[in-house]
Design a protein around this ligand. Sequence first.
Ligand code: GLN
Length: 486
Amino acid sequence: MEEFYKLSIKEKLKGLKESAFSSLELTESYLQRIKKVDKKINSFITVLEDKAIESARESDKRYKEGSALPLDGIPIAHKDIFCTEGILTTCGSKMLSNFVSPYSSTVVKNFSANGSVILGKTNMDEFAMGSSNETSYFGAVNNPWKRNYVPGGSSGGSAACVSAGLASGATATDTGGSIRQPAALCGLTGIKPTYGRVSRYGMIAFASSLDQGGVLTKSAEDAAYMLKAMSGHDPRDSTSLNVDVPDFVDEINEDIKGLRIGLPKQFFSMNLPNYVEKSIDESIKIFEKLGAQVEDVDLPHIDLSLPIYYVIAPAECSANLSRYDGVKFGYRCEDPNNLDDLYMRTREEGFGAEVKRRILIGTYALSAGYYDAYYLKAQKCRRLVADDFSKAFKSVDFILSPTAPDTSFSLGDKTSDPVEMYKQDIFTIPANLAGLPGISFPCGEHQGLPLGVQLVADNLNESKLLRMAHYFQLNTDWHEAWPEIE
Ligand code: GLN
């Protein structure tokens, strides 16, 4: 069937269970669509045709034997930041352009243990640093809604592939907004869970205290299926939370009446384009109609978020990326004169400009004499932002804001001005600083480009976030639109 890709995960599971179609048919139709469409989008770095067909056959066997797993036969894609055993894992960088991982990340293992089929690995900003997918060594990704526009970043490949109907859903990571901002720019639902909900084992590190894996899907319901499969305690990740994973799918239908939404004064006094404001006002009205209560909240330190992030994230990245030295794995420069030359030329040639900028900033911020003035100070301010949220969550269940300051922008539009690019994450970064879960879902469009609204909740309240997005989606159809890419 040509239009398989339009089915929800729930519908696909039903069809597979009732033998209306097989996973092989489903997987082959996705592979064909990837062949046809991805030339125009560039959302995949690696397509795993043979492996996908092999696992689809295994899924079909399990359905026949009556031993099907929760996501059996559902074709998905993984961001190329998740290590996959025996498969190229590049993190969007020349540095890892030849790296075949000897092991799989917990996230990848969890999905496989749930029976899902891996179609391939998706394009991304180099080491997840960026907001437009333009820092990838494997080339920019086009937004399926308008092809000379960016899909957002750093999970731009995951977002573009799901938005174009090239996978049922895709894994992604969010250090400062890289799930939610591309979700907004591509018209998808994207959830960043609470820090520690999803294991970081085998998820290539950018800024360890901020990085968190999550998913990009068409709907909140699809996201619930995927989040359920990927979450859980992992003894291999010391920051993984040892808490039960709720049944996100079952809980999605619970009522949202009486839930309280906070509108932070600081975000609503900004000068945003009128179509962004309008889409947010309309979203608030929909939630009010559904029985939610809305009030203003104060997050007095929220304005510090961007500068705090751009000290902490580079500091942590400079430490994490020191392992790429041309000795142990990955890219190595040719004919080094000596060990120093090997280190220096490997890093000079293997890293792109944005990654180098962050390593320089981070190394500076961590150096003796500057550590207290920058890194320590940023950590103290980070606590103030987290405390603002804790206070706000005493009176409300959610903080609502736009996800991004505007719709997508043209390729090349912001590449010469890093600070303009950094501002893309002004609404998303605070949740990472505080470790809180956040979700973005489609709430409008402007000139053919999607707009997203974001909700942030208190720790471990992913279920509530999915429920809010689900009810919103039962009453709107923004999430049902498909771009015309043929
Ligand atoms: N755009 C932000 C950055 O460049 C966030 C990236 C992310 O969440 N991985 O750092």
